[in-house]
Design a protein around this ligand. Sequence first.
Ligand code: XMP
Length: 529
Amino acid sequence: MNVPSQPRPTAGRAEQLHSERVLVLDFGSQFAQLIARRVRDENVYCEIVRHDISAETIVARKPSAIILSGGPSSVYEEGAPRCDPKLFTLGIPILGICYGMQLTAHCLGGTVKPCPAREFGRARLQISNLEKLFAGFPTEIDVWMSHGDQVHLFPEGFEVIAGTATCPIAAVKHHELPIYGLQFHPEVSHTALGGTLIHNFLYNIAGCEGKWHLSNFAQQTIEHFREVIGKDRVICGLSGGVDSSVTAALLYKAIGPQLTCILIDNGLLRKDEQSAVITEFTDHFKADLRVVDASERFLSSLAGVRDPQEKRRRIGRDFIECFKAEAVKINGAKYLAQGTLYPDVIESGAAPDGPAATIKLHHNVGGLPEQLGFDLVEPLRDLFKDEVRRLGIELGLPEHLVWRHPFPGPGLAVRCLGEVTKAKLDVLREADEIVINEIKNADLYRSTSQAFVVLMESQSVGVMGDARTYENAVAVRCVNTDDFMTADWSRLPYDLLARISTRIINEVRGVNRVCYDISSKPPATIEWE
Ligand code: XMP
């Protein structure tokens, strides 16, 4: 379902912080975010924007370079995503990757044809020009390909600088203009020296200076929000996770006692989560904390609701109503601070000029009600998860808090498939605790990224003692990922899986079957709803 978010009053973005930026035009690639992260790894700020952004808008954003992402389409297909052809006349360095390279050829008068067979996987690249883009490279490397079309002929002015046995035009450069194309994907880890290639494009071709550093970002963000917020009050929803904790830490440094943190117990938290968050908070923060028990309110709004997006919407609305009620108690707050991250913004289709696809309504982005009643403060809106963790460490938060597995805003509601009831949530809480404890005991908590249990809607036949049972099946989900945009299921040791299964079936009433989720993202998502 695609529900666009509305523009809202926000103090969340400090545009001037990014004096050097690269724009990635997204043509529907599953790797667009990965490209952006690779660019940031090179200390250059990077944003993902719509493929059809106008040349004028691009110029106004003053990018140091433009990267055209890959994508699933064929340039000749009707409705295939295009870019503004004026882009190629701006003199801004351009790197076209896969579809981005084919589109470059197509726009400039070259030809693109289907490959004899779709090429997917490793290929051996022979490099014929070791200047600038391939500076410091050996003459042969392994690269990763994923394409059905390839460039057959580049227009005059271009030189082929690398090729493979099946794809003779695998890398090109223009003789005079700063335009480059790659048929393979430098952003994926299977491409040897992919990071160096991106580094070379940024520094040798686009003249970047590497101005994006988290320590500067923290300081500038603190100063920016101190100025924007002035003497107003801010409330910050706290979940105990790294995003909201880092948001609170940044804002506390910016505005001190004008910040009130609010922990809403919505009845959808993990076992003993409320007391854990209170302990953690009082140990590490000086800011004012208020705890609101709103579980009845949330559970009654969710009664009878089965649709995942509707669950998110109702939870988003109830959160805001609770924040409003708390704001009244502190004599009003102008701002609501949230730990929204860049992937949330992109996946909700809420970024200015960002790609439009909505995968889920993250409750703190797309799931917010129209009439918010607050201006939003979202200091992490430009950051990826791994950057937030690094920032947390810079701000002095303890390692165990910074490395907590994420927990979604809508909580256990999106792990309780179908209708949410207190009885089902209690089953989930017990099973979830077993999984997390066992993973911690096996010393795998830090090397896995997120682990949890999903209560399925199906019941299954079992036998316990000598009696037939007909009870719930649960799925254990454990994934490894850097950025939560793509993820692979964790290869947990069989013995650990066996312990988890035995303990859940023996200790959690109402569960007689445990499955292990072996789907990667994409095509699955991490959460089930
Ligand atoms: P998915 O399921 O989209 O999850 O692959 C990616 C990451 O985001 C978390 N997630 C959410 N977080 N509100 C949140 O605050 C949400 O609505 C939401 N949905 C998913 C998920 O737990 C994972 O870490």
